[in-house]
Design a protein around this ligand. Structure first.
Ligand code: 5RP
Length: 227
């Protein structure tokens, strides 16, 4: 599986052109992309700037000598990020790494958004992966109840090697909500964000331009305009 992630990371790094501002996603697949990009910066003196979506990608980019800037200062030419699920019409669930709020700001604002995944992430409909929802900590009970009103159970995400809940890069909690099947991602994305206390949910609808899928049989590239 890691080899498939490496392959798509390398393929995406090859798409980056001199002078571009690049959104740097989060997660184990994107780590490969950032490492290959760092290699190109070193080998080819590629003159780019990265905009990280998390402390993970910020620290890695700095280690690799990729110049870092912010969305407040620069528009993004291309963003590359992983996903937890990719549906047949290229909607996503993201947030497995609790970074989806910044990822959505950066990925959705990029001129071009490229998703890199191994084949296990490809699904017909979204929803088997519990949907991450970032919430303001004080709103935990209220948001859980609002989800129950929609007949949806949710779990507060707990830390590993940290007592208590996961705290996001923005200082918030994550609820993982069990929808099982999401029939209308764009409608649910808006509906969830209208619950008071919700910061951002992990549905990314209608923002992807290209998906690079690592398969045992090779790499498949799916362009939004071709589906
Ligand atoms: C982080 C994300 C990741 O992109 C997603 O969880 C995929 O991660 P990985 O490449 O490790 O499978 O959305 O919030």
């Amino acid at each position: 599986m890691d080899l498939l992630k490496q392959n798509v990371g390398k393929q995406a790094a090859a798409l980056i052109e001199d002078g571009q501002v690049v959104g740097l996603g989060t997660g184990s697949t994107t780590v490969h992309f950032i490492k290959f990009l760092g290699q190109r910066v070193q080998d080819e003196q590629l003159d780019i700037m990265g905009i990280p979506t998390s402390f993970q990608s910020l620290i890695l980019a700095r280690e690799l000598g990729i110049e870092v800037t912010s969305i407040d200062e620069h528009d993004i030419d291309i963003a590359v990020d992983g996903a937890d699920e990719v549906s047949s019409n290229l909607d996503l669930i993201k947030g497995g790494g609790a970074a989806h709020t910044k990822e959505k700001i950066i990925d959705a604002s990029a001129d071009k958004f490229v998703v890199i995944v191994d084949e296990s992430k490809m699904v017909d409909k979204l929803g088997a992966f519990p949907l991450p929802i970032e919430i303001i900590p004080e709103s935990l009970r209220l948001v859980k109840n609002a989800l129950l009103d929609m007949n949806v159970e949710s779990q507060l995400r707990m830390g590993i090697q940290k007592d208590g809940p996961v705290i996001t890069d923005n200082g918030n909690f994550i609820l993982d909500a069990s929808f099982n099947v999401i029939e209308n991602p764009s409608q649910l994305e808006v509906e969830l964000n209208s619950i008071p206390g919700v910061v951002e949910n992990g549905i990314f609808s209608n923002v992807v331009d290209k998906v690079i899928v690592g398969r045992e049989s090779g790499i498949e590239v799916i362009n939004k305009e071709d589906i």
